[in-house]
Every structure is written in structure tokens, then in C-alpha cells.
Design a protein around this ligand. Structure first.
Ligand code: FMN
Length: 350
């Protein structure tokens, strides 16, 4: 299947501009999941054998350890199709309180020779209300073929001093539909967003969300919805310590390391394209950060490892560094739909 993708489908996708190719793949998944009976059939083929045992992390049961990173299914329209391919969770979003178009195009760039992507999408999404209505129609958290993480971010029009209210608006609407919720304070393409990683601001934001995190808002008869924080790979270790202290003091559930980088290592040194770099050039840095967090928290804080995973080996490196789950985005563009199964099988055999 992998080579079929690489020989037949990828050349077609790569002849289109990057964003059209992405949209076409989402349309393909939506068509696929709309055909009655196809999702369970493909899923049973993908899960045939050797996919490993389900794992429970922060109280949530995952059928395997590999998931789709945020940014692929921004509006929660194709998560069933993605799950059918063998992904053990899908993180939808980033979703903002208000619908927004994102940055002007072009804003997505592929570098096949480097296995890398630069994007400056800018949180193009349909907004919390519309996505919540979509999620209302599916089984609630805990009763899905694979857990859905809901990743929320700041609306572009909300100034930094109103960020808390803006996140709260999304949280109140979306937490009840999330198997876990991610507070994204690390995308490089929303002005000032990364300032929310500063200890004081982050503490206030997360405390405000956690204060809301019960009853109707948490949903599904749960005490609360698990909350994770997604960080940038460009933080210093001291800054990471600050994030970890905040997570610890509020007893939050985990951390996602890492988002795209503003660094331009190696051959990207001369690249002037604005945005976040992902894929192979991010792998080492992301693994380093995962290892640092795992040591610092003595393995007690669940870590979702993401950045430059392209196969079973690179996924295994994240697990060895201390990740409990892993995610992939760029790798999927270059390797295609057989990747989740390949990674799940490799991780199960470890
Ligand atoms: C086109 C694109 C869009 C993305 N959009 C988001 C997003 O909306 N929210 C988010 O938290 N991360 C987003 N990301 C970052 C990914 O979730 C992931 O953290 C990063 O790409 C590193 O993983 P990778 O090397 O497997 O791509 C995006 C990445 C790409 C390539």
C-alpha cells in the first residue's frame, strides 16, 4: 500500500499545489467514510494483526499509540476515515472561538527532498460553535472507534489581554466533546500566541480553564476532561521548566512536544519562507525535548511526542525518549495512508 501511494498517488498530489493536495486528501477521506460499511471493513483490515494492545493514558483508552497531529483535520470532518486507516487517535483543530480564514495563500510549502513542510496557515477553521455542532452528532467521549483530541487556540482578533475569555469560549463549547483537550499556545502563525507560554500568563490561562472543567462543560458524566498543553520546540529548557511547574501545580494531564519550529537548521538556513517548519528537520529537537521532560518529571507526566516521525524507527525514538503516545503530520504527506499501521505494528513489536 505504501509503495502504491508513493508510486501512483503521491506524484499526482505533488503536482497540485500543497494546499489543494491537502484539501483533496480530506475530500477523499470524507468520501471514503461516507460509503456505508467501508470504515469498519478497512479498519478491520488495518487492525488485522500485530497492532498491539490498547493502552490507557490519563484515563483515556487508546487502541494503539499512533495518532494524527493537529492541523490535518482542522474542522473534525474526516476523523472517522483517519481512524479507519489505523490511527489510534485523531487530534482535531486547532479550533478558535471565532471562525477565521487564516493567512493569505500560498501558506503551505513542501520540501520532498528534506521530508519537510513549512506552513503559515494561521488557524483557518470554522470556529468552536460549528465544530461543536458537528461533534454533537457523534458518539460521546469514551464511545468512539478512536479517541478525539480537541486542540484549541486563540482567535486572531482577540488581543492578548482577552485571550483567556477567548479560550474559555472554545473550552465551554468543546470540552464536553473531547476525549482530551489541548491548549495550543505554540503555533508560530498567530501573532503573540507564543507569549502565552510565559509562566504567569500560562498559569492564569490554564487555571481559568481548569476552574471550568467539571459538570456540563466536562461532559459525558466525567469529573473533568483531560487537559494537555502543546509547546513549541523553540523554548529553552528553563522555559520548559516553567511550563512543567504550571502543569504540575494545576495537576493537568500531559504535554504535547512539539509544535513546528521557527528555527531553520541545515539546508533551511537560507530559506526565507515565513512559518513553522515540521518533518524530518524537527525530529532531533523534538526528541531532545521529550527526553528532557521525561527526566524532569521522572516519567510521571504523559507526553505525546510529535515532530519528524516518518516510520517505525523514528516513532520508536520518541517512545524511547519517554513519550506515551506519538503523532504524525508531515510524515503522512510523504509516506501516505499505510503509515499508521506500519508505525503501530513497529511499536507493538518493541
Ligand atoms: C500544515 C500544518 C498545519 C498545522 N496546523 C496545526 C494546528 O492547527 N495546530 C497545532 O497545534 N499544530 C499544527 N501543526 C503542527 C503539527 O501538529 C505538529 O506539531 C508538527 O507538524 C510536527 O509534527 P510533524 O513533523 O509530524 O509534522 C501543523 C502542521 C502542519 C504541517
Amino acid at each position: 500500500m505504501g509503495s502504491t501511494y508513493e508510486k501512483l498517488i503521491r506524484p499526482v498530489f505533488f503536482r497540485l499545489n500543497a494546499e489543494n493536495a491537502h484539501e483533496l486528501s480530506v475530500i477523499g477521506l470524507r468520501l471514503f467514510q461516507a460509503i456505508p460499511g467501508l470504515v469498519p471493513l478497512i479498519r478491520s483490515l488495518a487492525y488485522r494483526r500485530g497492532m498491539g494492545e490498547p493502552v490507557e493514558i490519563f484515563g483515556t483508552r487508546f487502541p494503539n499509540r499512533i495518532g494524527v497531529a493537529a492541523g490535518y483535520d482542522k474542522n473534525a470532518v474526516c476523523w472517522r476515515g483517519l481512524s479507519a486507516l489505523g490511527f489510534g487517535h485523531v487530534e482535531v483543530g486547532t479550533i478558535t472561538h471565532l471562525a477565521q480564514p487564516g493567512n493569505p495563500k500560498p501558506r503551505l510549502f513542501r520540501y520532498p527532498d528534506q521530508g519537510a513542510i513549512i506552513n503559515r496557515m494561521g488557524f483557518n477553521n470554522e470556529g468552536a460553535e460549528r465544530v461543536a455542532r458537528r461533534l454533537e452528532k457523534i458518539p460521546p467521549p469514551g464511545r468512539r472507534i478512536a479517541p478525539i483530541g480537541v486542540n484549541i487556540g486563540k482567535s486572531k482578533v482577540a488581543p492578548l489581554d482577552q485571550a483567556i475569555e477567548d479560550y474559555l469560549g472554545s473550552f465551554r463549547r468543546l470540552a464536553r466533546h473531547a476525549d482530551y483537550l489541548v491548549v495550543n499556545v505554540s503555533s508560530p502563525n498567530t501573532p503573540d500566541l507564543r507569549k502565552l507560554q510565559d509562566s504567569e500568563r500560562l498559569g492564569e490561562l490554564l487555571a481559568a480553564l481548569e476552574a471550568e472543567n467539571s459538570g456540563e462543560v466536562a461532559g459525558s458524566g466525567r469529573n473533568r476532561c483531560p487537559i494537555l498543553v502543546k509547546i513549541a520546540p523553540d523554548l529553552s529548557f528553563r522555559e520548559i521548566d516553567g511550563v512543567l511547574e504550571t502543569i504540575d501545580s494545576l495537576k493537568l494531564d500531559g504535554i504535547i512536544a512539539a509544535n513546528t519550529t521557527l528555527a531553520r537548521p541545515g539546508v533551511f538556513a537560507e530559506n526565507k519562507e515565513a512559518g513553522g517548519l515540521s518533518g524530518v528537520p524537527l525530529a532531533r529537537k523534538s526528541t531532545l525535548i521529550i527526553r528532557y521532560i521525561a527526566r524532569r518529571t521522572e516519567g510521571r507526566l504523559p507526553i505525546i511526542g510529535v515532530g519528524g516521525i516518518v516510520d517505525g524507527v523514528t516513532a520508536g525514538e520518541k517512545m524511547d525518549a519517554g513519550a506515551s503516545l506519538v503523532q504524525v503530520y508531515s510524515g503522512m504527506i510523504f509516506r501516505g495512508p499505510s503509515l499508521p499501521r506500519e508505525i503501530a505494528v513497529a511499536l507493538a513489536a518493541k
